[in-house]
Design a protein around this ligand. Structure first.
Ligand code: NAD
Length: 362
């Protein structure tokens, strides 16, 4: 193979630049801008396997460059399936070496919630931008530590709120902003499915289980995005119909939110009931969505006859492409760490209300 000297020198310069810039957050910000960013998925469970990796075959601004897993057999399967080079495969112990890998621009944390903080902080310290799945973390303190680590290391932090990238969800956010039907009076929001697993992290308190952080954030996001406001107080009630499974965490949570404008929301979330809808009643009309927080097919209608039904090829691909574009262009992320924190602040108040049996100010 004949390599032109100029090509050789340019390859050499890029390679040296990559080595020079990687692992050093300050220098990394000066590195030549890439057109397509390399993502490493951490945690190769259901969501990475069934949704994110397939979506990364459709993305235009990023690609699946690496993996981080605690299971060597998974590493082999993924390496073969997605042609991932051995040098881009890490385990939880040697993960910090990712700092020296110029192929990886973004670490996407797809682990149980109790592990989000550790891996987001380690990724930030390695000088990598971070995507983190919802719920951001089990506590406000965790979220603040994650935001702070990313700020200190000058990397971006995006939360995997795929719905906020969906034009069908953006449609009712726009109604809130433009006050098309006047003030919001009442929101009804529900997100749940029947989970029959018995020993998964979703049933384990220490690993960040419980329906509130899991499906509950979709019900909560429905209320927050429908009003465009942050709730000021909450009254919540936790329950379970299967105490043999749900003995550490709640199976169902019902919570009522009060917003500064006087709008109220009644929200439900459950690991025992299939439900996925949102209804907003305004001063002069209504808007309904069903499904409301699906991977696809979210749709709705308004009292003036407007139909919400925008086609979308792949929600996760759109989310990752838009977040990568924000990183490449230096613009605002749609759902940064601060947005994850806003939800967890409410989630903490919800648990406090369950514990005290009282209305809790947020
Ligand atoms: P999962 O149980 O299928 O996968 C979790 C992964 O973490 C597995 O690969 C497991 O091996 C690994 N892991 C490492 N240490 C572990 C430990 N101590 N206990 C259990 N697992 C451990 O879970 P999932 O459904 O893929 O969820 C992962 C994250 O993605 C969660 O934060 C979840 O809320 C989020 N998620 C988001 C969406 C969405 O629509 N945005 C959908 C599903 C899951």
């Amino acid at each position: 193979m004949h390599i032109e000297r100029r090509d050789f020198l340019s390859t050499l310069t890029m390679a040296s630049a990559a080595t020079l810039f990687s692992g050093n957050p300050l220098l990394a910000s000066l590195a030549p801008k890439k057109e397509k960013l390399g993502i490493a998925l951490v945690g190769l469970g259901y969501y990475s396997t069934d949704l994110l990796a397939p979506a990364l075959q459709l993305t235009e601004k990023c690609y699946l460059a690496g993996i981080v897993t605690g299971t060597p057999e998974k590493a082999q399967t993924w390496k073969a399936k997605y042609k991932i080079p051995e040098k881009n495969i890490y385990n939880y112990q040697n993960f910090d070496k990712i700092a020296d890998n110029p192929d990886i621009d973004i670490v996407y944390v797809v682990l149980p919630p109790s592990m989000h903080r550790e891996f987001v902080v380690r990724a930030a310290k390695a000088g990598k931008h971070v995507f983190c799945e919802k719920p951001m973390a089990p506590s406000v303190a965790d979220c603040e530590a994650m935001i702070s680590a990313c700020k200190t290391n000058k990397v971006k932090l995006a939360i995997g709120y795929r719905c906020q990238h969906d034009p069908n969800i953006q449609a009712y956010m726009k109604v809130a902003k433009e006050k098309k039907f006047g003030k919001v009076m009442m929101v009804n929001s529900a997100a749940g499915y029947l989970d029959n697993r018995t020993t998964h992290w979703k049933q384990n308190k220490k690993l960040g289980g419980g329906v509130m952080g899991d499906m509950g954030v979709y019900a909560l996001q429905g209320a927050r995005l429908a009003t465009g406001e942050e709730p000021v107080s909450v009254t919540a009630l936790a329950s379970t119909t299967r105490p043999q499974i749900y003995n550490q965490v709640e199976e169902t949570m019902m919570f009522m939110l009060d917003f500064p404008s006087g709008a109220r929301a009644a929200c439900q979330t459950s690991f025992g009931i299939n439900m996925n809808h949102l209804q907003i009643n305004y001063e002069k009309g209504w808007l309904k969505m069903e499904p409301h927080s699906g991977y696809s097919g979210n749709k709705g209608s308004m009292s003036d006859g407007t139909i919400i039904n925008y086609p979308i090829q792949n929600q996760q691909a759109k989310q990752m492409d838009e977040d990568c574009l924000a990183i490449i262009s230096g613009s605002e992320l749609i759902a940064p760490g601060e947005e994850g924190l806003r939800d967890i602040r409410v989630v903490e108040a919800i648990y406090k209300s369950v514990e005290t049996g009282k209305n809790v100010k947020i």
